[in-house]
Design a protein around this ligand. Structure first.
Ligand code: F6P
Length: 368
């Protein structure tokens, strides 16, 4: 019987539990043993009780739970070869030769490296006397498959990462709440949203809530951004709008690469010689990442989890490390490192024309 392990790594995201449930149950259904590695790479390095065989009923109720029930960590030890040696040893001792990892691009890049190093790690373990030659014989090759779990939606090659739509829904809900109080006091709010270096959450939230102005890293602002923002907001106010919502991605930049911060925007909106708006800053923070997953992420985690098990079972030493994507509504296997490289080169999913069309809607007299 093949032994397949699943783990979650990096920042948690809603939908990771759907992945764990789907991997465990699909593995069992396909006559394999299913394992969970608790606390991400940390658990792989520590071994022992961190690696646990799972039964069908162990993942009951997982779909509706937020976060990741098997824990996650940003593990420093795995960055060192010593940590990866320990991880390899623990896998062999548990009989695991197939690993499914749900995490962001950093976690998945670590997985690809682990796979590439695998034969040399085993050799070294034998040389050091930690494992016997006969022990490593059945583990010549390590199969790894990635699933992209992140609220940031920051990996190229897939339309959505697991968790992004849950975070987006939460942001929209929070902006709706803020709008009521903003309108009551005729105030302005600068709302900072997560996304690290990616503006997907901020952009989609701005379109979905009809925000007045938006800052994202993929559209670095020109030198005249202050005048531009004041002009747009002045226009909206002159149409009788009682509330002002500015959404700012945490990675927002100007065209020189300088950070644009919520307090810079607030000071400008509040400036007595300019708009003079009574302005507050709201940093949404981790409410964006917590809570249960929306239906889309439960569905995505489930479909991709099933596909990941099939992919590890079909992988050969020749196949590149793949990740499971969703493209034009179809679940697909794609080479992992090509997607990571492309992410670094091009900003994802920002179609300038669509962006301008969507943001222009708020300027019309029909805007609320
Ligand atoms: O990558 C997910 C994310 O939530 C980012 O949007 C954010 O920048 C970061 O993680 C926050 O990390 P932490 O939870 O470690 O503060």
């Amino acid at each position: 019987k093949k032994n397949i392990a699943v783990m979650t790594s990096g920042g948690d995201s809603p939908g990771m539990n759907a992945v764990v449930r789907a991997v465990v149950r699909t593995a069992i259904h396909l006559d394999c043993n299913a394992y969970c590695v608790y606390e991400g790479y940390e658990g792989l390095v520590r071994g022992g009780t961190y690696i646990k065989q799972m039964g069908w009923e162990d993942v009951r109720g997982y779909l509706s739970e937020g976060g990741t029930l098997i824990g996650t960590a940003r593990c420093m030890a795995f960055f060192e070869r010593e940590g990866r040696l320990q991880a390899a040893k623990n896998m062999v001792l548990n009989g695991i030769d197939a690993l499914i990892i749900c995490g962001g691009d950093g976690s998945l890049t670590g997985a690809d490296r682990f796979r590439a190093e695998w034969p040399s790690l085993l050799e070294e373990l034998v040389q050091k006397g930690d494992l016997k030659k006969e022990q490593i014989e059945p583990f010549k090759h390590l199969n790894i498959v990635g699933l992209v779990g992140s609220i940031d939606n920051d990996l190229s090659g897939t339309d959505a990462t697991i968790g992004a739509y849950s975070a987006l829904s939460r942001i929209c809900e929070m902006v709706d709440y803020i709008e009521a109080t903003a309108s009551s006091h005729s105030r302005a709010f600068v709302i900072e949203v997560m996304g690290r270096h990616c503006g997907w959450l901020a952009l989609m939230a701005a379109v979905a809530t009809g925000a007045d102005f938006l800052f994202i890293p993929e559209k670095p602002r020109e030198d005249n951004w202050k005048e531009e923002m004041c002009q747009v907001i002045k226009g909206h106010r002159s149409m009788g709008k009682r509330k002002t919502i500015v959404i700012i991605a945490e990675g927002a930049l100007d065209k020189h690469g300088n950070k644009i911060s919520p307090s810079m925007v607030k000071d400008l909106l509040a400036d007595k010689n300019g708009l003079g708006l009574d302005t507050r800053i709201t940093t949404l923070g981790h409410v964006q990442r917590g809570g249960s997953a929306v239906a889309y992420d439960r569905m995505l985690g489930t479909l991709q989890g099933v596909e990941a098990v099939k992919a590890v079972l079909e992988a050969t030493p020749e196949t590149e490390t793949c990740f499971i994507a969703i493209t034009e509504n179809k679940i697909a296997r794609k080479p992992l490192m090509a997607a990571v490289a492309e992410t670094k080169e091009v900003a994802k999913l920002i179609d300038a024309q669509r962006f301008n069309e969507a943001m222009a809607l708020r300027d019309t007299e029909f805007s609320d």
